[in-house]
Design a protein around this ligand. Sequence first.
Ligand code: ADP
Ligand code: ZN
Length: 222
Amino acid sequence: MYIVMLGAPGSGKGTTAKILAKKTNLPHISTGDIFREQIKNQTELGKLADSYISKGELVPDEVTINMVKVRLSEPDTKEGAILDGFPRTKAQAEALDKIMQEQGKQIDIVPELIVPDQIIIDRILNRATCSNKECGAIYNTKYKPPKVEGICDVCGSKLVTRTDDNEEAIKNRLEVYRANVQSLLDYYKEKKVLLSITPKDPTSESSSEQVADEICHFKEVC
Ligand code: ADP
Ligand code: ZN
């Protein structure tokens, strides 16, 4: 089962992807997370990626596509994966199809999360993430605060704010998202795998759980 999550930054697609990964026992592949890990380890790829990410721009297609290709050749992705943040451009979508075809796989479902801008901006500006990579829990200091300020409820690690979660970069990320998403929506609609979801109450704590359930029920995948 291969699921491709679509949604603006801050739409909740990362949180939903994590829940789905748990429910299906499939790996969660977030290109943003992989880039951030590379940046932390100061690899060549990380340095290159950082020069784009810090401005809210996309990392070039060939770099990103190559990275995903390598990841999708790893054995834990054999039965499927939850892709989060990839593809982001039509060229990436076409490249993904090619990778999948070569490996005799196919994309089963592409959920698209529709969330109003105001909520998105508010969410990103109040976002805090667990610094422990194994955990990666996401909090909202306004709607879903941790029990102790700055500390992860789940594992006790420090919470951090992403460097690209500032107003300037967010605006740019939203613009980049809009400029690319329509071609992806058209692409997957034609393949009859698109599932558009408008979360009923996107600010509620259980919103991502509800969205994940909806995706699960759609194709009885979990
Ligand atoms: P968000 O959805 O909040 O923007 P992500 O963690 O998915 O966050 O991505 C963070 C940044 O990483 C993006 O703004 C972009 O610069 C880079 N990135 C992630 N995925 C891709 C991709 N598929 N293609 C190009 N750049 C990407
Ligand atoms: Zn944690």
